[in-house]
Write a new protein. Structure first.
Length: 639
C-alpha cells in the first residue's frame, strides 16, 4: 500500500483538530477530492535547512513546505495524493531532493526545482530512500532497500545498498558491497562520504551503530561505534564531528545515564567521544525511525520536529525554542464510502477463527486457550468452553502451576500489562508485576515462583517472583526473540533462549556463573523449551516447530534436529508429561507425540458471542459534510 493511500485513510481523524477553509465539489470518478485547511501544528516532520541558513524545508501530512527559520507563513511545495518525505536541499539551494511514492513504487528519489515547481524523477528503484547531495551538487547518494534480502523482520531490519546517481545523466553506481543495514548517509565538509551501519550488539542484547568513512579511493575506515540504533546521521558543518539520532540504546545505559528512545548525540572526531545533545522522540508508526533533523551552516543551531511543533535547538547547550508557523494546506483525500452491511446480524454468534496458547492441565482433564483476546477453559471429556474471567481486559499466555491449582497469565488493561495468578479454588486473582511488557511465563517445579521476561525500555530482563512474599530475583538479561525462561524438573537449571541459542546456568547455586550454550545450530531458533523430563528440546523457526532429543554433554547441532510441524510454532508448549507438544493452527488444537505417532486433534467447542458495543456519546463534534463542502455546527452524536 502506498504512503499516499495511507494518508488518505488517517486524515479524516486528523482534520478534527484543524480549521477547514474550503472543500471542492463532488468527488472525481475515482473518489478523490481536494480539501484545504489551515493549521499551526505539524505531524512527524522531516526537516532540512538551506545552505545559507535562512529557510527550512519540512514535511507535513506527506507534503513539502518551505518556511523562514524564524517562523511565519509556510508555503506548500508539493501536492497530490502522494507521500513525500526525506527532503535534502542542493548545495546551491535551487533544488530539493525528496522521496515519494508518486511513481507507484515503495519510494523513489525525486527533485523539485524551487523556482518553477517542476518535479523530476531521479531514481528508478523498487524502493529508494535517505537521499543526500554530494558537496559539488552533481550527484545524489541514496539507499536502495533490498526487499529480496528481507527476512520477515520489521522495517528497521531491511538491508540496503548505498548508491549514487549523477544529476545530469541519471547514471547510477553502487558504492557499498553486499546489502547491510545501512540507515543514513552524510558528506563531511571535505567531501568524503560517511554512512551508518546497524549491527547486532555482541556483548549485550540490542543494537550498535558503526560509522564508516569511504575515502576518495573507495576504501573504508571506521570513524566510531556507538551503543545504540542510530537511524539518522548528519555531519557537523565545521568538521569536528557527527550528529546522530539514537532511537534505542544497546544496553540501556550510556555514560552513566539511561539513554531511552530519542537521544540526539554528538560524536566528536577524531576523539570518538559521545555526548547527548537533546532528547527527541522517534516518529510514531516506526519503532526506530528517527526524525530527519538539520544542522545550521554556522553550527550554532539544530532544527527538528517533535510533539506537533518545529524546534530550534541551540548548540552545544541543547536548549530549545519553538518555531511558530501558519500554513494553508491543500490535500487530496478519498471520499468515504458507505460501510458494508454485516453478513451476521448483531447479537448472533460468530465462528471461531483463531486459537492461541493452548495448555493442558497437569491432570489432563482441562484445556485452556486464548481466543478473541480472552482466556477460555474447556473440559476434555465433553462440554463447551467458557471464559475464565469477566471484564474487557485482554488476556494472554496462560500457564498452569505444577499442581494445576493456579493459573498464571498476562492481563492488558488499557495498555497497562500485569502478570496475574488465578486460584481455581478461591476464584481469586492476585498481581505479581505490572507496568512493563511481559512475555514467556513459566512456573518453578515447586510452584513457588513464576518466571517471565520483562522489558521497560532496553533489553528484556529475566525475572522470578516468589508467590509467598512477592520477592523478585533478577536472573539476567536476554534479547527480544522470545527468551521463555524456565527451570529444569529438579529446579537446578535455568534455561532460556537468546540470539538464536539456548542457554542454561545453575539457578540456585553459582547464580553468577557464565551461561552455557546447549545448542550450536547453523540456522536461527526462537522460543527454545526443554521438556519437563529433560529428554527433549523444542523450538520454533518462523512458524515451524522443530525438536531434538537431549542426552549427554554434547551441544545440539543441526544434524540432531528435525521438523516436527510446518506450523504452530508461535503457540506451542510441552504437555505436562513431556511426551507430546500441544499447539494451535488456526482454530484447531493439536497434540503431537515427540517419539512416534501422528498428531491428534483436540476439538475446541466454542461459539463466540457477537459483542454489542455500549453506546458512546460524542460531544462538541463538528461533522465534515463532503456534499456541502464544510463543517457543520457543533453537535452531540450517540453511537
Amino acid at each position: 500500500m502506498s504512503f499516499g493511500r495511507v494518508v488518505s485513510r488517517i486524515l479524516p481523524a486528523t482534520l478534527l483538530t484543524l480549521s477547514l477553509v474550503s472543500c471542492s465539489g463532488p468527488p472525481s470518478d475515482d473518489g478523490w477530492r481536494t480539501i484545504e485547511f489551515e493549521t499551526d501544528e505539524v505531524t512527524d516532520p522531516d526537516v532540512a535547512v538551506s545552505p545559507d541558513g535562512r529557510w527550512l524545508i519540512f514535511t507535513m501530512i506527506g507534503h513539502l513546505f518551505r518556511l523562514p527559520v524564524a517562523g511565519g507563513t509556510a508555503e506548500q511545495l508539493t501536492f497530490g495524493p502522494y507521500y513525500d518525505a526525506d527532503p535534502a536541499i542542493s548545495p546551491n539551494g535551487q533544488h530539493v531532493a525528496f522521496v515519494s511514492d508518486r511513481d507507484g513504487s515503495e519510494g523513489n528519489v525525486f527533485a523539485l526545482e524551487l523556482a518553477t515547481g517542476e518535479i523530476t524523477q531521479v531514481t528508478h528503484e523498487p524502493w529508494a530512500g535517505r537521499p543526500g547531495w554530494t558537496p559539488d551538487g552533481e550527484a545524489i547518494v541514496y539507499l536502495r532497500f533490498v526487499r529480496e534480502a528481507f527476512k520477515a523482520d520489521p522495517w528497521h531490519s531491511m538491508p540496503a545498498l548505498v548508491r549514487r546517481v549523477r544529476w545530469a545523466t541519471g547514471e547510477t553506481e553502487t558504492l557499498s558491497s553486499a546489502p547491510r543495514l545501512f540507515r543514513s548517509v552524510a558528506h563531511l565538509p571535505d567531501g568524503r562520504l560517511a554512512w551508518s551501519v546497524i549491527e547486532r550488539a555482541k556483548e549485550a542484547p540490542g543494537w550498535t551503530t558503526r560509522i564508516e568513512l569511504r575515502n576518495r579511493e573507495g576504501a573504508l575506515d571506521t570513524l566510531g561505534t556507538v551503543p545504540c540504533y542510530a537511524d539518522r546521521l548528519a555531519a557537523s558543518p565545521i568538521g569536528d564531528g557527527l550528529y546522530l539520532h539514537c532511537s534505542q540504546s544497546c544496553c540501556g545505559a550510556w555514560s552513566g545515564k539511561v539513554l531511552g528512545s530519542g537521544g540526539l548525540v554528538f560524536l566528536s572526531l577524531p576523539e570518538g567521544v559521545e555526548r547527548e545533545v537533546a532528547h527527541v522522540s522517534s516518529q510514531s508508526g516506526f519503532a526506530k525511525r528517527g526524525p530527519l533533523f538539520a544542522i545550521a551552516p554556522d553550527n550554532k543551531s539544530l532544527y527538528v520536529g517533535e510533539a506537533g511543533r518545529l524546534w530550534k535547538i541551540s548548540l552545544p547547550a541543547g536548549s530549545r525554542e519553538p518555531i511558530s508557523f501558519h500554513a494553508q494546506v491543500s490535500l487530496e483525500v478519498r471520499a468515504p464510502t458507505a460501510p458494508p452491511k454485516l453478513a451476521v446480524e448483531p447479537g448472533s454468534s460468530r465462528r471461531l477463527r483463531s486459537v492461541l496458547s493452548p495448555r493442558l492441565s497437569p491432570n489432563g482433564r482441562t484445556l485452556v486457550f486464548v481466543a478473541a483476546g480472552y482466556i477460555w477453559e474447556q473440559p476434555l471429556n465433553g462440554g463447551s468452553a467458557h471464559r475464565l474471567f469477566e471484564g474487557h481486559a485482554l488476556e494472554r499466555e496462560p500457564v498452569f502451576s505444577p499442581d494445576g491449582k493456579q493459573l498464571a497469565f498476562v492481563r492488558d488493561q488499557n495498555g497497562t500489562q500485569e502478570v496475574s495468578v488465578f486460584d481455581f479454588e478461591s476464584r481469586q486473582t492476585r498481581t505479581l508485576a505490572s507496568g512493563l511488557v511481559y512475555l514467556g511465563l513459566s512456573w518453578s517445579p515447586d510452584g513457588e515462583r513464576v518466571l517471565f521476561a520483562e522489558r521497560g525500555g532496553g533489553a528484556f530482563l529475566l525475572v522470578a517472583v516468589r508467590l509467598t512474599d512477592g520477592r523478585r530475583d533478577s536472573l539476567g538479561s536476554a534479547g527480544p526473540w522470545s527468551a521463555r525462561p524456565h527451570l529444569s524438573e529438579d529446579g537446578e537449571w535455568l534455561y532460556w533462549s537468546d540470539k538464536g541459542t539456548v542457554y542454561r546456568r545453575p539457578f540456585t547455586e553459582r547464580a553468577g556463573a557464565e551461561p552455557e550454550p546447549i545448542t550450536d545450530l547453523v540456522r536461527h531458533l526462537s522460543d527454545g523449551l526443554i521438556s519437563p523430563d529433560g529428554r527433549w528440546l523444542a523450538f520454533r523457526r518462523n512458524v515451524e516447530i522443530w525438536a531434538a532429543p537431549l542426552g549427554g554433554e554434547e551441544r545440539v547441532r543441526e544434524g540432531d534436529v528435525r521438523q516436527l510441524s510446518p506450523e504452530g510454532g508461535d503457540t506451542f508448549a510441552f504437555t505436562p508429561d513431556g511426551a507430546e507438544l500441544i499447539y494451535a493452527v488456526g482454530s484447531r488444537v493439536w497434540r503431537h507425540p515427540l517419539e512416534d505417532g501422528e498428531p491428534e486433534a483436540i476439538p475446541v467447542q466454542l461459539e463466540l458471542p457477537r459483542a454489542k458495543a455500549p453506546p458512546v456519546l460524542l460531544r462538541r463534534v463538528r461533522l465534515l459534510d463532503f456534499e456541502v463542502g464544510g463543517f457543520g455546527p457543533e453537535t452531540s452524536s450517540l453511537h
